[in-house]
Design a protein around this ligand. Structure first.
Ligand code: 0L1
Ligand code: MG
Length: 261
């Protein structure tokens, strides 16, 4: 795929994000035969554009990490994208609804690394040994595509629907924690909408970080000390609306919340 075409599609998706409006999926007309490799090239172009605009990467994230979502998308591997500094909302803070298109929220566990992790061949135990802290998080995804209707390459090109994130303010050392057994509830206006356990994320959230390191190694990249990594949804994603008060409770890890204003 020519560089000019990659740039054109990256511009198309960044413009939809900035103008807060739905766009037709890329495979609908712009590039019907878009491959996964080409989609990651478009995602990389979007990352470069944001860095050139002065934004900073907080860390990569994993998406489609539940076996149910992978089956639904007919894939045997999750996807990744990147979280930027402008996407972070303070715990307990406000998310302006008019900043987004049709946001959904999901409960996740985030890892903060104390050492670089370079694949291939990384496993979960190695990840835990190189993790400084884990913390609870709420990820707000906002696909730029109409009705969240996309193919796998479409969603990869769209930076894995990444939009906003709220990190918890309680940091825990991973030693002694059984992150696969951590139960989490996702409530809106006091009503539990979704619940799950850490094992929903590839059996254990550390497996997700290990797989991310192994996937990045294919393009000669690694995870870096200081990266904050979203490991994937423990719960399914729930649509949110103006006025909603959203809370994620994570057994032993703490609470995260925000208001949609
Ligand atoms: O964080 C994620 O799991 C992103 C998944 C992308 C698919 C979606 O937008 O639902
Ligand atoms: Mg997610």
């Amino acid at each position: 795929m020519a560089g000019a075409d990659i740039k054109k599609i990256a511009d198309y998706l960044v413009t939809a994000e900035k103008e807060k409006r739905e766009a037709k999926k890329v495979t609908a007309s712009l590039k019907p035969d878009l491959s996964v490799e080409e989609a990651y090239a478009i995602q990389q172009e979007i990352v470069n554009m944001k860095i050139n605009e002065g934004h900073r990467i907080i860390g990569p994230k994993m998406g489609l990490t539940s076996f149910a979502k992978m089956k639904q998308m007919k894939v045997n591997e999750p996807i990744y994208g990147y979280v930027f500094d402008y996407m972070v909302i303070n715990n307990g803070g406000a998310l302006p609804f008019h900043d987004l298109i049709h946001p959904k929220v999901e409960a996740e566990i985030a890892f903060v690394l104390k050492e670089d992790i370079e694949g291939p061949g990384v496993n979960g135990a190695q990840v835990l040994a190189k993790t400084e802290y884990v913390m609870p998080a709420l990820e707000i995804i906002d696909s730029r595509y109409e009705n969240f209707d996309f193919t796998l390459p479409d969603v990869i090109a769209d930076n894995a629907s990444t939009s906003r994130v709220v990190f918890g303010t309680s940091f825990k050392k991973p030693e002694g924690l059984e992150l696969d057994l951590v139960g989490s509830t996702l409530s809106i206006n006091g009503e539990i909408k979704e619940l799950g356990a850490g094992a929903a994320v590839l059996g254990h959230p550390a497996h997700s970080v290990a797989l991310l390191a192994n996937m990045l190694s294919r393009k000669g990249q690694k995870l870096r000390a200081g990266d904050v990594i979203l490991t994937g949804g423990i719960t399914s994603a729930v649509l949110i609306n103006k006025g909603d008060y959203v809370t994620g409770k994570f057994d032993g890890l703490g609470e995260v919340s925000f208001h949609v204003v």
